[in-house]
Design a binder for this molecule. Structure first.
Ligand code: SAM
Ligand code: SF4
Ligand code: SF4
Length: 395
């Protein structure tokens, strides 16, 4: 049984408000064992589908000050929701130790996420430690962070000084009323825009701004967002539209609320002609387009209509030290007992290597093969193991 199940600290409410311990249905997993045959870190680690591990996302907290309905709906993440206790969280030293071992296996980029990563106390201290890590070739890692932007104006300069390379800001609309409704805590859009300006001024660019598009909720914001970032930040902010995904088990996802990226691009191109761009790097999730008049670029992340599992190189580490091989996984591999036991770096690296070598996850491709309604609350979906929440595993 996994440690989450033992302590019983995961709990959520279902629609009829009975408390269901999430650990019992999804997180239970034996602690990872050190493999009998060592898997040494060689700087290149391939999974069963030949995909290298180059990207690590670390969730630094499962808490957030927003309640976006597609991620942490208010009726589930309410005052009774039980978050991870402090003792369960990896310390910054533990995260850094693991990050160093992932880098030895080939990770080049680390993204801090959550929950809302800027809520974790002294996150700058973690960034400072991660900035010391070098790849086998002696290069520093690219260190990025995804944030809802609410605390960015205050923190941008300190994040840059600590060694953060870039920042991605989530923003689901420009209209204040729409934005307040999307975050569901009445947070004003002006403060996030000020955070983006502060990040720009601090040198955390090029900034990416991500907008999740939910049909019928914020689709009318697509063009105002495109116009705003062309006018105010042309060439310095890359705006990306994300298809609403069936992550987790609480957002009540329905296919008819997904606005396909092709439609987003058609709407923008009707006002601003676009030219397709090549992917900047292998494994890049976004398809990129340049404004034909030189006004910068936009991107779309089409996780639902055009799955990109074939070159998914991302590993995910939860706040309590479980390694997840896919955003849609229902269980993680618990590295914390190794960290807090007597395992050596070589043994932990070997365990990580063994886990990645066994990876064959490709949820979104399989969803696409099942047909357009797959992933909704059909019988098949209800019978599948409960997937972890995005706020827990990190976006
Ligand atoms: N709180 C931070 C933020 O919002 O940027 C970081 C964590 S959040 C889970 C990371 C990203 O996941 C955000 O850009 C958010 O919009 C995205 N996200 C969350 N739920 C999603 C869903 N159901 N579909 C698509 N994107 C989602
Ligand atoms: Fe919080 Fe980010 Fe999830 Fe919104 S998407 S609820 S800001 S973790
Ligand atoms: Fe990667 Fe899983 Fe997303 Fe496919 S569904 S791209 S394997 S995280």
């Amino acid at each position: 049984m996994g440690d989450g199940a033992k302590s019983g600290f995961f709990a959520m409410k279902n629609k009829s408000s009975a408390v269901i311990p999430i650990a019992a249905v999804s997180h239970a997993r034996p602690a990872v064992a050190v493999p009998a045959i060592a898997v040494p870190a060689t700087g290149r680690l391939l999974d069963r589908l030949g995909r290298p591990m180059t990207d690590l996302r670390i969730s630094v907290t499962d808490r957030c000050n927003f309640r976006c309905s597609y991620c942490m709906p208010k009726d589930v993440f309410d005052k009774d929701y039980q978050y991870l206790p402090h003792s369960a969280l990896l310390s910054f030293e533990e995260m850094t130790r693991l990050a160093r071992l992932f880098a030895a296996h080939g990770v080049r980029k680390i993204r801090l996420t959550g929950g809302e990563p800027l809520l974790r106390k002294n996150i700058e201290g973690l960034i400072e430690q991660l900035a010391e890590i070098r790849t086998p070739a002696g290069e520093p890692l690219a260190l990025t962070l995804t944030t809802n932007g609410s605390l960015l104006e205050r923190k941008a300069a300190a994040l840059k000084a600590a060694g953060l390379t870039r920042v991605t800001v989530s923003l689901d609309g420009l209209d204040d009323a729409v934005f307040r409704q999307m975050n569901d805590v009445d947070f004003p859009v002006a403060d996030v825009l000020a955070g983006i300006d502060a990040a720009q001024a601090a040198g955390l660019g090029p900034i990416k701004v991500n907008m999740v598009v939910k049909r019928g909720s914020n689709e009318q914001e697509i063009l105002p967002m495109a116009r705003y970032f062309r006018e105010h930040h042309a060439g310095r902010v890359v705006l990306r539209f994300i298809e609403y995904m069936d992550v987790g088990a609480t957002n009540g996802w329905r296919m008819d609320e997904v606005l396909p990226s092709a439609e987003v691009i058609a709407r923008i191109a009707a006002e601003f002609p676009l030219l397709p761009l090549e992917a900047a790097a292998p494994g890049e999730t976004a398809q990129r387009w340049a404004y034909a008049d030189g006004g910068g670029e936009v991107g779309v992340i089409s996780s639902v209509t055009q799955a990109f599992c074939h070159d998914c190189s991302r590993a995910r580490l939860s706040t309590e030290g479980k390694l997840y091989l896919c955003l849609f996984a229902s269980a993680g591999h618990d590295l914390r007992p190794l960290l807090r036991g007597s395992a050596s770096d070589e043994e932990i690296a070997s365990a990580i290597g063994h886990i990645w070598q066994g990876r064959a996850d490709r949820y979104s491709e399989l969803r696409a093969l099942r047909g357009p309604e797959a992933g909704d609350s059909s019988d098949a979906h209800d019978k599948a193991p409960r997937r972890v929440e995005m706020s827990y595993i990190g976006g």
